[in-house]
Design a protein. Structure first.
Length: 464
């Protein structure tokens, strides 16, 4: 049995498209390791839909088509002769139109330069869209930039043809909790999340009962560790100038948050940086964070594991290269005090936005506030006109601590233009732990609350 954790919204979208009973084209994309293949194939198996899964393993049409012939033979019991991409199109048409099934074509963008997207456009328009079987074609892509160019932008070959477009993203702590539930404690579960993030592949490698130190040593800082060179492998496989992108990630992980700071650390001209940062943003590796109430933004590493690796592993690579893994692990573990609270702050805002939506309060703007010497972890404005100030503390708080933090937040709020305009104001404090009675007029949320929600995250057992 395989476990499909969460992905509730994605499953709902796929179910709705299938239930229509019409031919459907689904584009499911996102960077590597997020579980696109697993989601598409496990959904079909979970629902009992007939499935044919094909993956384009080469960018050269010759080897790619020969490999696809073998895949078809293995699944169908006969080996078709694929005479060029048109031969592939003919086989796809037969599979799609002969019976109702899910047809998955993975890494389709690898044959973009050979003209596969244009061929799929013609095939969809002339044949597949009018088939009476109600089959579903799912195109999976991990090179985000290429997928956007061939399928999502105006004028792209497949633009406007997809029934549904799903971009897969890393899981939140609540969504990922089933991967972490066997950790020695809720605190250790979050520390694991703060390092390995919400990427399903990384989470699937964990042995959470061994705690953070054990997993860092086993997965990152030991000979042959599967994630020791993971960020470098990702950049090498997807980008033409991996060294430049790597330098940008290391600079941002190290604290550079504005273009001028990144340029100073990397030696890349500030005028050239935006095109590199745009690519990293598309991959979900850099996140542009808009400051509340301003047009200015700051940059953060968007993936928690990449942030950890560039902040705490890359600086000690000289030790790893000498085989001094224990020394590298000791230094890495000693430096984690900054990363865990930062992850808690981000997760707190994500949780609070979801909480507001569940209460019928629609957030219209949210982000950190940094203006004229006043800094607040996050301000959140709702459509009803209410303004919330949020502060996250990775520590154990008592009532007097909460009241002191709230008083400080109220003093800061009084210096903001929004509070002076007479907005209704609320205070939300996220604490690792809280002991004491419920404070008056202050929301307090804790790690325990997120864990309780995580315990309800659905897990599907799928026969394989």
């Amino acid at each position: 049995m395989a476990r499909l954790v969460d992905r509730v919204e994605e499953l709902r979208v796929l179910d709705e498209a299938w239930a229509l009973g019409r031919p459907s084209l689904i584009i499911l994309y996102g960077r590597r390791r997020l579980g696109k293949t697993f989601l598409a194939t496990m959904w079909a198996r979970l629902r009992g839909h007939p499935l044919v899964y094909l993956v384009v393993n080469y960018s050269d049409p010759g080897p790619a088509l020969a490999d696809l012939e073998l895949q078809l033979e293995e699944q169908l019991g006969l080996r078709p002769r694929l005479e060029g991409l048109r031969g592939l199109a003919h086989v796809l048409e037969r599979l799609f139109c002969s019976q109702r099934r899910v047809l998955v074509l993975d890494e389709f963008q690898r044959l973009a330069e050979a003209g596969l997207p244009q061929l799929l456009q013609s095939l969809w328009d002339s044949k597949l869209a009018t088939c009476g079987t109600g089959s579903m074609l799912v195109l999976l892509g991990s090179s985000v930039g290429v997928v956007e160019r061939v399928a999502l932008h105006g004028g792209a070959p497949l633009y406007g043809r997809a029934s549904r477009i799903l971009r897969l993203r890393p899981m939140s702590f609540v969504e990922a909790y089933p991967f972490l539930s066997q950790a020695p404690s809720p605190l250790e579960a979050f520390r694991l999340y703060a390092v390995f993030g919400g990427t399903p592949y990384y989470l699937s490698l964990l042995e959470p009962e061994r705690g953070l130190e054990g997993n860092i040593r086993r997965l990152v800082l030991s000979p042959g560790a599967p994630l020791l060179e993971e960020p470098q492998r990702v950049l090498l496989s997807e980008l033409r100038e991996p060294d430049r992108y790597s330098a940008i990630l290391e600079a941002v992980a190290g604290g550079a948050s504005r273009l001028s700071e990144i340029a100073a650390k990397t030696g890349i001209a500030a005028t050239s940086l935006p095109r590199y940062i745009h690519v990293l943003e598309a991959m979900g590796l850099i996140r542009r964070v808009k400051l509340f109430g301003e047009t200015r933004s700051i940059y953060r590493v968007g993936d928690l594991f990449f942030r950890f690796w560039y902040r705490h592993v890359a600086p000690h690579s000289y030790l790893v290269e000498q085989g001094l893994y224990d020394a590298a692990a000791a230094r890495t573990l000693a430096e984690l005090d900054r990363s865990v609270p930062e992850a808690w702050e981000e997760e707190s805002l994500r949780h609070f936005l979801r909480l507001l939506a569940s209460r019928g309060e629609e957030p219209i703007e949210a982000g950190p506030y940094m203006r004229k010497g006043v800094e607040i972890d996050a301000l959140v404005a709702t459509r009803s006109g209410r303004l919330y100030a949020l502060e996250a503390k990775w520590s154990k708080l008592e009532l007097r601590d909460v009241e002191r933090i709230a008083a400080r937040l109220e003093a800061k709020l009084a210096q903001t233009p929004w509070a002076r305009r007479g907005r209704s104001v609320g205070i939300a404090i996220y604490a690792r732990e809280y002991s004491g009675p419920p404070p008056e007029d202050i929301e307090v949320h804790t790690l325990e609350e997120l864990v309780r929600e995580g315990e309800k995250t659905p897990v599907h057992e799928v026969p394989v």
